[in-house]
Design a protein around this ligand. Sequence first.
Ligand code: C2E
Ligand code: CA
Ligand code: CA
Ligand code: CA
Length: 274
Amino acid sequence: AKRNLRGQTVLFSDKHAAEIRTQTQIERHLLSADLEHELIQLFQPIVDLKTGRVLSFEALARWYSPQLGLVAPDVFIPVAERAGLIGGVTRVLLEKALREMRNWPEEIGLSFNLSAHDICAAEGVVRLVAIVNASGIDPRRIDFEITETAMAHDFVKARQSMQMLKTLGCHLSLDDFGTGYSSLSYVHRLPLDRIKVDRSFVTDIENDCASKVVRSMTGLCSDMGLKSIIEGVETPEQLGRLREMGCDMAQGYLFAKPMHPSMIAGYLADTNRL
Ligand code: C2E
Ligand code: CA
Ligand code: CA
Ligand code: CA
């Protein structure tokens, strides 16, 4: 709450009001959007630090709205969740990504982001399982990424959904690890394969303290039998530090920015790739 000139309490600042107007506008356009055509995905490689090989690509969504232009996922995914549209958005995106995978070599996997609703709603995960089954893609090639915020909604249901995806043969990653406050308390109670260490830890890895945090997080992961993926690697210096620490996998602009699907074959064939 904030006080206006007359000393009355107002709920929102002008900036907030503008943001809410925008959100309503986004929601209105999203409700009438042709999701099949307007949702697109870019793909960013995840690299094995020991061998330098590309292990998988993470699908990162974009919405090309005729009225609003290109809308980032951080903006439209939360709106889709609130407007009850996320089920349809996820379905379209997963189908598209699995279709795209048909053009990839068999050994390359897909990392796919799920939102809270996808794993907490009653019908959410059943639908995902059906989409994977219908695609003909080997479920072992798919890694679903879930944030701890998404699990916070309904932990029991989320764990159940994760178990179903595991049973299908898919892999599971905990995304944005280290950004929540309760991270460690439940990691061992979930059927996880990988932890994605949030970008914020790599940003100041030159700093001794931050580098100790990364080292202990990856050490902890390997003690628990989990692989760790370091997100947001941008410089050769950061990569050097991560290699010294014996980190498993990494992702970031240093290797490649999220790319259009038509660039993937060329990227994989490029022998000068980092
Ligand atoms: P995320 O899953 O943590 O994805 C990583 C984000 O960091 C992506 O932003 C990616 O483009 C960006 N990034 C990758 N490497 C670097 C780097 O070296 N430096 C910097 N500064 N950034 C880097 P993007 O594509 O804008 O996605 C933002 C978030 O939106 C994602 O965060 C994810 O939570 C969500 N999202 C994206 N696609 C989907 C989707 O299909 N479904 C759902 N539910 N959420 C999605
Ligand atoms: Ca992710
Ligand atoms: Ca992340
Ligand atoms: Ca994120």
